[in-house]
Ligand binder design. Structure first.
Ligand code: ATP
Ligand code: TZE
Ligand code: MG
Length: 279
């Protein structure tokens, strides 16, 4: 691959995103998901539609056997309880030990002290990527409680740009803030992904689903985590744009988005991709 710092236009981004999607379709990476009850269905279906192989495996007793065989791991704290916390930490540690990338979704990080403390413990276990909405990234970067209402963002992604950069520098993770423009940073470079449609916010767990898709893309390009994260966000957003052409509301968008992801072709990727340097 060329020096990505020199990349300038969407023609090149499109070709590389297409290659990344093809790699997922060819290699069908096994992605372990320890996620919330709300997101399990859309997350598994998103991974399958993209060509990956999801497995919702969360018993702590299975982690020693299972996690080393997965290509990537997605941890989502959406419906956190103490027993799952133990599994999450064990899986993150096992992924790190077996040099597998893992991605953290800090759902509602600022909604309670319990959530924040567990999130900070997970961040200490060195996620490859952290993907949240703007309120979650602001809360996590500042370790601040009470600024978020729940799982939905009360900020726009650009509100969290400096927080995301600071969090990325401090943790060495790639940090992605979703929204109308998804901002992705390694603390130095910032890229903006402008694919997607606003109605995606009205389908529960689209954020959770795209975090799992990031895990699948990063699993196959662990040394290009920033770019792979952008490609997953762009691919999901493009599927939303295509799905929106047939949708009448959130429920039909959910269905058409998954269909569009499954059928996404090179021509659509090249014509729709919208990635730009943000800094
Ligand atoms: N205004 C918007 N325009 C276009 N796409 C959007 C918009 N808002 C969100 N998206 C897209 O919707 C998806 C979900 O992002 P969102 O920020 O809603 O995540 P979230 O709040 O974590 O969701 P959840 O907690 O329900 O999983 C992302 O792919 C994002 O790019
Ligand atoms: C609604 C909801 N509550 C906990 S997790 C979740 C899914 C969206 O994050
Ligand atoms: Mg979320």
């Amino acid at each position: 691959m060329e020096d990505l710092k020199e990349w300038k236009n969407n023609e090149i981004w499109g070709l590389e995103a297409w290659k990344s999607l093809c790699r997922v379709r060819e290699l069908c990476p096994l992605i372990q998901c320890i996620t919330n009850y709300v997101s399990m269905d859309i997350m598994a279906n998103t991974l399958l539609a993209a060509g990956a192989s999801p497995a919702m495996v969360h018993a702590v007793e299975e982690i020693a056997d299972f996690t080393p065989h997965a290509k990537g791991l997605c941890i989502n704290i959406g419906t956190l309880t103490p027993d799952w916390t133990v599994s999450m930490k064990a899986a993150a540690a096992k992924a790190a030990e077996s040099q597998k990338p893992w991605v953290l979704d800090p759902v509602a990080a600022g909604a309670s002290t319990y959530r924040m403390e567990r999130c900070l413990e997970l961040v200490d276990l060195k996620p490859t990527v952290i993907r949240g909405n703007a309120s979650e990234i602001l809360a996590l970067a500042g370790a601040s409680i009470g600024s978020t209402k729940g799982v939905d963002s009360s900020h726009v992604s650009t509100d969290a740009l400096e927080a995301a950069k600071e969090l990325a520098c401090r943790t060495q993770a790639v940090v992605a803030v979703s929204g109308a423009v998804d901002l992705v940073t390694d603390g130095e470079r910032v890229l903006g992904v402008s694919n997607g449609v606003p109605l995606m916010q009205k389908i529960t767990a689209t954020g959770c689903a795209v975090t799992a898709l990031i895990a699948a893309f990063v699993a196959l390009q662990p040394n290009l985590a920033l770019e792979a994260t952008c490609f997953a966000l762009a691919v999901f957003g493009m599927a939303g744009e295509i799905g929106m052409e047939k949708a009448n509301g959130p429920a039909s968008l959910r269905m058409h988005l998954i269909d569009a992801l499954y059928g996404l072709d090179k021509e659509s990727v090249l014509s729709k991709i919208n990635i730009s340097k943000y800094d």
